[in-house]
Each structure stands twice: as structure tokens, then as C-alpha cells.
Ligand binder design. Structure first.
Ligand code: PLP
Length: 349
């Protein structure tokens, strides 16, 4: 194995089949029947014998129209993860650096390692877990790439658009805003409007969260055409298969029918937060995404008891720097959230 890859272990999500899985920030609601039918119809009509359209042009056209950009400003990938990897493959590498703000999505550091990109970090406030804006901007001046996650996983906070604009001016390279959870954050939260006048801004989105389609593996990037051209040049040409392209196109066309689901998750987020805050000895951070980060004494033991005694799976972040005794709970259906509240009410003395 190449020396820089030798320390990597195979990914083991430590997955246990449970009655209620609130560990991966998926949309746990079934798709509305009208949406599922539209998807099933296009899947049934998709021939499997031909290679996919390498550039997913029909899907790009739809994404471009929805977001008021041009097709040439859109690149589709096999999940946001593939696009993150391609971003570092195209623009990172030896002698280049990427700035991240941990605790954040662990894939950034992983893809940086695969591509031999140097990782630099700007901290967060240890109590609020919000971005240290001055540290980020200072570091952005000397980094080739910046990734800001908004809302951030696992802390749930939103990045200020003024900060993103200043980061784009500070950095001589590219600033990616990872908007995997943006649909849960409200109308004006997205950095997309900044794209019109910032030619080094890159916006990442996915169908894995609000769209309820994590299994289809589909994400997209929006950026200036020269950035899209570079991402298109390094991509695996057939990585977005025919079934994914067909299903994603149907889902984006039917996005209006998914909006009530997103709204209900946002309402449930507030209800779950209030209920959890009632529990003794718990800290709940505010969240603009479809999950809540919480801290409680003995979090790992609580997580294991939720799994073993209640068949509820949540994600343990206790081992992450700055997140001692923290768990991340995906906001589920009202019934699932009730089950978490009831279980934690019993488990927290
Ligand atoms: C889920 C997630 C993604 C993308 O996930 P895919 O399923 O690969 O599309 C990207 N960034 C963050 C922060 C995420 O949580």
C-alpha cells in the first residue's frame, strides 16, 4: 500500500439493525405515495443495457432550472461524498492545503488523506461550538481550499453569509460551502445567491437528507463553469448510474411534494429540543439541520442502553475532540421522537 494510505482502516459504521435508526441523519419518513409512484414509474421505464449519460444532462438541466443557474454550473455525483473526493482530487494534493473547522464531517479529513492534501484547522468556541470567524478568516488567507459546512454536521450551526463572502475574498483558492442540510435551515440560509458574484465559491448539495434518497447516492455541486469543468474532468465517467439519474430527476421534479415533510421535521426538531431540554443534566445545542447534538454524563453507556434495551440507534461522538459525552440524534417521525424522549426520560435519573 502507498505509505500515506497505510494507516487507513476499512470503514465500519458499527451498524446494528434496530427498530428505530436515528444515527445517520437520513429522512426517516416514507416518501409521499405520489412521489414514490413517480420514481417507480421512471425506474420501470429505464433500460439497463445502455451506459448512463456521463454528464447526467437531463438531471443537470432540472437542478439548474430549480436553482436559477446554468447547466454548465452544475456537476452531479454519486452522493455528495464522491463530489467531495473529486474536489480534493482536482484542487488539493501534495503541497496544497484544505482548511476545515472541526468538529465537522469526518469525510473531509479522510479524502484529504487519500489525496495527500494537507489539513489545516480553525477552531470553534468550546461551549457554543460555533465557528471562530476570525481564526477561520486568518487561516483562509494562507490555505488553498476552505470547506465550511452550513448547517454543520454534527454541531447543527449555520455559517453567516457575510463570513462566507469574506472567506471567498480572503482565500486565493476555492471555498466550498457544504449545504447537505440546507433545506432544513430556512429560506435565506443558502450561500447560493453569492454565486453570482463570487467566482471561487463552490456549493455542495445532496439528495440524501431532505430528499429522503440516501440510498440512490446522488449529490451535486454548483459553481463557476471553470470549476465544474475541472470536477467533470476528474470524475469517474459512469459513477451516476441510470437508475440514480432517473430517480433523482423524478425526485427533483416532485420536490414540492416533499416540502411538507421537511417542514414537519423542522417542527419536530423544535419539539424534540424542548422535550430533551426538560431532562436532567442534558445540554442540547440549537440546530438548523435534521438532527440535535446533545451532551450528558455517561453518553456512551446511554447510547448502548438505547440500542440494547430500546432498539434505538443514535450516533456516539464521545471520542471526537471537543465533543466529549456528546450524542447526535436524527430528528425522526413524531413516533420515533416520542420513543427517544420516553427512553431518555427513563435512562436519565
Ligand atoms: C450527509 C452529508 C454529505 C453527503 O452525503 P451523501 O450521502 O454522500 O450525499 C455531505 N456533507 C455532510 C456534512 C453530510 O452530513
Amino acid at each position: 500500500m502507498q505509505p500515506h494510505l497505510r494507516s487507513i482502516e476499512p470503514y465500519d459504521p458499527n451498524f446494528t439493525a434496530t427498530r428505530i435508526n436515528l444515527s445517520a441523519n437520513e429522512n426517516t419518513h416514507p416518501l409521499p405515495a405520489s412521489v414514490r409512484e413517480a420514481v417507480d414509474e421512471v425506474l420501470a421505464a429505464t433500460p439497463l443495457n445502455r451506459y448512463p449519460d456521463p454528464m447526467s444532462d437531463a438531471l443537470r438541466d432540472e437542478i439548474a432550472a430549480v436553482n436559477d443557474v446554468s447547466r454548465a454550473q452544475v456537476c452531479v455525483g454519486n452522493g455528495g461524498d464522491e463530489l467531495l473526493y473529486n474536489f480534493l482530487l482536482a484542487f488539493g494534493g501534495r503541497n496544497r492545503s484544505v482548511l476545515i473547522c472541526p468538529p465537522c464531517f469526518s469525510e473531509y479529513a479522510f479524502f484529504a488523506q487519500l489525496t495527500e492534501t494537507n489539513v489545516r484547522t480553525a477552531g470553534r468556541d468550546p461551549r457554543t461550538l460555533t465557528l471562530d470567524e476570525e481564526a477561520l478568516l486568518a487561516c483562509a488567507r494562507t490555505c488553498d481550499l476552505v470547506i465550511v459546512t452550513s448547517p454543520n454536521n454534527p454541531t447543527g450551526d449555520l455559517a453567516d453569509l457575510g463570513l462566507i463572502e469574506r472567506a471567498c475574498h480572503a482565500c486565493h483558492g476555492l471555498v466550498m460551502v457544504d449545504e447537505a442540510y440546507i433545506e432544513f435551515a430556512g429560506e435565506d440560509a443558502s450561500a447560493l445567491p453569492l454565486l453570482a458574484h463570487l467566482d471561487n465559491l463552490v456549493i455542495l448539495r445532496t439528495l440524501s437528507k431532505a430528499y429522503g434518497a440516501a440510498g440512490t447516492r446522488c449529490g451535486y455541486v454548483m459553481a463557476a463553469t471553470d470549476i465544474i469543468d475541472a470536477l467533470s474532468a476528474v470524475r469517474q465517467i459512469y459513477s451516476v448510474n441510470v437508475l440514480t439519474q432517473a430517480a433523482a430527476l423524478a425526485l427533483v421534479r416532485k420536490r414540492g411534494a416533499l416540502e411538507p415533510l421537511t417542514a414537519s421535521i423542522v417542527t419536530e426538531r423544535a419539539r424534540l429540543q424542548r422535550a430533551l431540554e426538560e431532562l436532567p443534566g442534558i445540554t442540547v445545542w440549537p440546530s438548523s439541520a435534521n438532527f440535535l447534538l446533545v451532551r450528558m454524563a455517561g453518553a456512551t453507556a446511554i447510547r448502548n442502553r438505547l440500542r440494547d434495551e430500546y432498539s434505538i440507534l443514535v450516533r456516539d461522538f464521545s471520542a471526537a475532540a471537543g465533543l466529549e459525552d456528546c450524542l447526535r440524534i436524527t430528528v425522526g417521525t413524531p413516533e420515533e421522537n416520542d420513543a427517544v424522549i420516553a427512553a431518555l426520560t427513563e435512562l436519565l435519573p
